[in-house]
Design a protein around this ligand. Sequence first.
Ligand SMILES: Cc1cc2nc3c(=O)[nH]c(=O)nc-3n(C[C@H](O)[C@H](O)[C@H](O)COP(=O)(O)O)c2cc1C
Length: 173
Amino acid sequence: MAKILMAYFSRADENYFGGAMRYVKVGNTQIVCNTIKGLINADTFKIEMETPYSPVYMTCIEEAKADLRAKARPALVSLPDSIDEYDTIILAYPNYWGTMPMAVFTFLEAFDFSGKTILPLCTNEGSGMGGSERDIQRACPGATVNKGLSITGSRAAEAKGDLQRWLKTNGLL
Ligand SMILES: Cc1cc2nc3c(=O)[nH]c(=O)nc-3n(C[C@H](O)[C@H](O)[C@H](O)COP(=O)(O)O)c2cc1C
């Protein structure tokens, strides 16, 4: 069986849940990734910024918007030594301003994904995948980018059925 890497970005702290702000210990994307870990064998890698965004939601959205506008590539705490052993990469992230957090671009641009299959998974509060699938394909020209899965972030804990179907569609279950 092909080796799978699940790389993800997720932010805990204050977030917006159906009309109210709330502090959480585990971000929505991380919840979804934890469910996936219970379903398949995959190595996991958390994409973490050296200087994380603010725990305060309103500050975070402004910082993330500024990084998007500046086409920033925030430095990461670490990177995997290599991704050579993986054929399939599950790439999970929140929708930030219609695409991925800029830290995910930093991650993608650090490696050659030629010949690999990337499965995008995006948690969001209504914008779906946004332009993220196109942006992944641009950052990884030699990769096959399969159709992504959009999960409503505030319902991340109830996503198991959708995740199972998506993993089956992609031959991982
Ligand atoms: C900086 C920022 C920008 C966001 N932009 C969008 C957006 O454009 N569209 C959308 O539907 N949700 C947006 N959201 C909501 C997140 O995508 C959603 O809450 C996601 O599940 C957060 O995942 P996490 O808890 O794993 O970080 C944004 C959230 C943040 C913090």
